[in-house]
Design a protein around this ligand. Structure first.
Ligand code: NDP
Length: 333
C-alpha cells in the first residue's frame, strides 16, 4: 500500500517537501471491516488549516501520520454484512491507495445516478456547502443581487447556479479570463469580474447597479473588502472561507477583513458557518442538488489530475487557482 504523510508543518505556502510517500502492507480486514481501493481523492483548501496547529473546528493532521480527506473508492475485500465486494463508497479516508476501515464509517453511493467523482463535489460536501450557506444564511430572493467570490471554484460555481435557480441576479468574482468567460457563457452568470486584472471596486459597481444583497464569501481579504463596501441595507453575508488568508505568516500580510464599519452602515448580517452544522439536513440538500442536476438546472465542472503521485501538487495548485470547479485526483480506474 502507498500512503501520503504530513512530513512537516508548512510555514506560509506549503510545498512538496511538507509531504512524504511511504510503502506499507495493506492492513488485513477484521470482522466488520472492508478494504477500499481509492478511485478518486479530493484535495480541499480547508486542509491547509489542518496542517497547522492553530485552533480550529477540526483537529490538526499529525506530523508523520497519514493525511485524510474525502475519497470515493471500491470495496475489494469485505468482512462486513453491509458491504459487498464491488460496492462503491465514499467517506473521510486516508490518503492511501487502500484503506481498511469499519464498514460503518463509509457510505454506499450509486454510480448509476451520477459519475462517482460527483460524490466528492456537487453531490458531496461541495454542493452541500453551497446549498446551506446560500439558502439558510444568504436567503436570496428573486431580483436580488448575489455576489460570490471564488466563483469558478467548486463551491462558488454551485452557489451562483443555485442563486440563478432562485431568480437572483448573479455576479461572480474569479482570477482568470478563462474563468470569467466560463461563468458568463457556460453557467449564465449575469456578470463576472476578474479580481487580478480589473479595478475591482469600480467593476463591481458597474456589475451591481442595485448594490449587493447577498455576498457569499469564499476568499476574504481585499476582494471581500471591495464587495462589502457595496452592501445594501439588511444584506446577508454567508462567510464560507477565507482562502486569501490561509498561507499568511504575519498579521501585516492580513489584508482583511475590515468589515465593521460596512456592517454597521448596512445593518447586514454576516455569519460564518461550517457545512457540518447542517448534517441533520444533508439528505434534503442532497436530494435537491440531485434533482436540479438531473433536470439540467445545475452543471458542474471538475479538474481531474491523474495519479497518486500528483496528490500534493494538485493540493498546492488550489492556491494558484489552477482549478476550474472541483479539484480531484484520479488514483485508479
Ligand atoms: P475552490 O475550488 O474554490 O479552489 C480554490 C480557489 O480559490 C482557486 O481555484 C482560486 O481561484 C481561489 N483562490 C486561491 N487563492 C486565492 C486568493 N489569494 N484570493 C482569492 N482567491 C483565491 O475550493 P472550494 O470550492 O473547495 O472552497 C472554496 C472556499 O470554501 C475555501 O475558502 C474553503 O476553505 C471554503 N469551504 C468552506 C466550507 C465550510 O464548511 N465553511 C466547506 C468547503 C469549503 P481564482 O483563480 O479565482 O483565484
Amino acid at each position: 500500500n502507498e500512503q501520503i504523510l504530513l512530513k512537516s508543518r508548512p510555514t506560509g505556502m506549503p510545498t512538496e517537501t511538507n509531504f512524504e510517500y511511504r510503502q506499507v502492507p495493506i492492513k488485513e480486514p477484521k470482522q466488520g471491516e472492508v478494504v477500499i481501493r481509492t478511485l478518486y481523492l479530493s484535495v480541499d483548501p480547508y486542509m491547509r488549516g489542518r496542517m497547522s496547529t492553530a485552533k480550529s473546528y477540526v483537529a490538526p493532521f499529525e506530523v508523520n501520520e497519514v493525511i485524510s480527506g474525502g475519497i470515493v473508492g471500491e470495496v475489494v475485500q469485505s468482512k462486513s454484512d453491509s458491504l459487498q465486494v464491488g460496492d462503491k463508497v465514499t467517506g473521510m479516508l486516508g490518503w492511501q491507495k487502500f484503506n481498511t476501515v469499519d464498514a460503518s464509517t463509509v457510505r454506499k453511493v450509486d454510480d448509476s445516478l451520477a459519475p462517482l467523482s460527483a460524490y466528492l463535489g456537487i453531490l458531496g460536501t461541495t454542493g452541500l456547502t453551497a446549498y446551506f450557506g446560500l439558502l439558510d444564511i444568504g436567503q436570496p430572493k428573486a431580483g436580488e443581487t448575489v455576489v460570490v467570490s471564488g466563483a469558478a471554484g467548486a463551491v462558488g460555481m454551485v452557489v451562483g447556479q443555485i442563486a440563478k435557480i432562485k431568480g437572483a441576479r448573479v455576479v461572480g468574482i474569479a482570477g482568470s479570463e478563462e474563468k470569467i468567460a466560463y461563468l458568463k457563457n457556460e453557467l449564465g452568470f449575469d456578470e463576472a469580474v476578474n479580481y487580478k486584472t480589473d479595478h475591482l471596486r469600480k467593476s463591481l459597481i458597474e456589475a451591481c447597479p442595485d448594490g449587493v444583497d447577498v455576498y457569499f464569501d469564499n476568499v476574504g481579504g481585499l476582494v471581500s473588502d471591495a464587495v462589502l463596501s457595496l452592501l445594501n441595507d439588511f444584506a446577508r453575508v454567508p462567510v464560507c472561507g477565507a482562502i486569501s488568508a490561509y498561507n499568511i505568516t504575519s498579521l501585516k500580510e492580513d489584508m482583511g477583513p475590515r468589515v465593521q464599519p460596512m456592517l454597521i452602515k448596512s445593518r447586514a448580517l454576516m455569519k460564518g458557518f461550517i457545512v457540518t452544522d447542517y448534517a441533520k439536513q444533508f439528505r434534503e440538500g442532497a436530494q435537491d442538488l440531485a434533482k436540479w442536476l438531473s433536470e439540467g438546472k445545475l452543471k458542474y465542472e471538475e479538474t481531474i489530475v491523474d495519479g497518486f503521485e500528483n496528490v500534493p501538487q494538485a493540493f498546492l495548485d488550489l492556491f494558484k487557482g489552477k482549478n476550474l470547479g472541483k479539484q480531484l485526483v484520479k488514483v485508479s480506474d
